[in-house]
Structure formats: structure tokens, C-alpha cells
Ligand binder design. Structure first.
Ligand SMILES: [Ca+2]
Ligand SMILES: [Ca+2]
Ligand SMILES: [Ca+2]
Length: 227
């Protein structure tokens, strides 16, 4: 893991080729060289006390939780691959995630399988902190569109084009995002919280014939695997 301080907004652990659960924190400045793993506790720590659960119950394809950190504008967010033994490699460029998000100020994000193909995709909520950027020629804006990156093969991502009239084309002052299957139709939707304005609900309307399974858990807390 390379050292150096960057202005980071959000970070999370996730096996981006699997189905693990992530937790996020907010960091004003992250020195990546100081992020450290506590293998015994099954968690990772970043400066400022942010903790990322890495429960062994979260099954994934290689069993190793990877890191993603969202950064300020004029910088790209970073995807770290967990190589094991406490070694993380910056694979952002290799994954195709560097150039597309440099102009944006990235906040909340999440790995979700929006097209139900078994590969976790990446959604990022964007929005600048300085309204004055709209009066400058800095190549960025106060309100920004969110970004969705399709996971092509477990290694590379490709941005989904923001079709005119779709939620991906809306420019909003986003600060965070939450994910879940609203309407219980097997497709993950997104709710974005915006600064000084109403939230944005992005309904997933992808139709590709892929399938899903919904489980209804029953029983009390003593039932193994339901807690
Ligand atoms: Ca992994
Ligand atoms: Ca997918
Ligand atoms: Ca849904």
C-alpha cells in the first residue's frame, strides 16, 4: 500500500468480486500508509478510528475484503485489492476507475449488483463542497451527476453512460447513498441524500432477464445464521 496523504471523503471494505457486506466511515484526510489491519479482530482500521467489519460470515469469491476510498475532486478514488498477508495493491487504473471520476467530488458509494449478473458493480454519489466552483473554469460543478460503474469481469469496470432523462444524468449536491431492494422486485435501488434539498430515489428499471433469490428469514435470534 503506497504512502501519502489525500483528501478522502468515504471509505469501505468490500470484496468487489463477491457479495460481502461493507461498512463506511468519513475521513477528512487519509494517510493510506497508516491504514492497518487487525487480523485477529477481523477488522480494518483507518486513522480517526473508523472500523470496517470483515466478518468471516461474509462469504465472497476469494475471501479477502478489498478497500475503496472516495476522494476529493481533481483526484481519483482508489480501489485497493487485498493480496493477503496485509498487502493491498492500488488497482484503480487497471480496473478502469481512475480517469472517469477525477472531475467529481466523490462521497458515499456502494458495491451493488444492479444487473443481477453475480458481479458487484460500483455506484458513487457526487457533489462539490464549494458553490463558487460554478463561477470558475475549474472543470467541475457544485451539483454533479452520480456515477455507476458496471463490473465487467471481476477485474475491470466500465461507466454506465448517463442516458438523457435518467437518474444518472441528474445533477445534484449529493453527500451519501443507501442501497436496497425497494418495491421487492429483486433489483437494487438507490436513495441519495442531498445537501439542503430533498433526497433522490433512483429506481432500478434494468430489464435483462437475470434472476434473483429472495430469502425470508424466520425464527428468533437463536437461529444460527439469522443474526
Ligand atoms: Ca477480494
Ligand atoms: Ca453486476
Ligand atoms: Ca427494487
Amino acid at each position: 500500500m503506497a504512502s501519502g496523504t489525500r483528501r478522502s471523503l468515504d471509505w469501505a471494505c468490500r470484496d468487489f468480486v463477491g457479495t460481502a457486506v461493507a461498512a463506511t466511515g468519513i475521513a477528512a484526510a487519509t494517510d493510506y500508509s497508516r491504514i492497518r489491519l487487525h487480523a485477529g479482530a477481523g477488522s480494518a482500521h483507518a486513522p480517526g478510528g473508523f472500523r470496517c467489519p470483515a466478518s468471516p460470515h461474509h462469504r465472497n469469491r476469494d475471501g479477502k475484503l478489498d478497500f475503496y476510498v472516495s476522494n476529493f475532486s481533481d483526484d481519483y478514488s482508489v480501489l485497493f485489492r487485498n493480496d493477503g498477508n496485509g498487502i493491498f495493491s492500488d488497482i484503480t487504473v487497471q480496473a478502469g476507475l481512475a480517469d472517469p471520476n477525477i472531475p467529481f467530488l466523490k462521497w458515499g458509494f456502494g458495491f451493488l449488483d444492479f444487473d443481477n449478473d453475480g458481479l458487484l458493480d460500483l455506484f458513487v454519489a457526487n457533489g462539490h463542497v464549494f458553490p463558487v466552483v460554478d463561477k470558475q473554469n475549474w472543470g467541475t460543478t457544485w451539483a454533479e451527476r452520480p456515477q455507476l460503474f458496471r463490473n465487467l469481469d471481476g477485474v475491470r469496470f466500465q461507466e454506465v453512460p448517463p442516458a438523457v432523462g435518467s437518474g444518472l444524468a441528474d445533477v445534484i449536491p449529493a453527500r451519501g447513498a443507501a442501497f436496497g431492494d425497494l418495491f421487492n422486485n429483486g433489483q437494487i435501488d438507490v436513495v441519495i441524500n442531498n445537501l439542503d434539498s430533498t433526497p433522490t430515489l433512483l429506481r432500478n428499471v434494468v430489464k435483462n432477464g437475470n434472476h434473483w433469490v429472495t430469502l425470508k428469514l424466520i425464527g428468533g435470534r437463536k437461529v444460527r445464521g439469522t443474526q
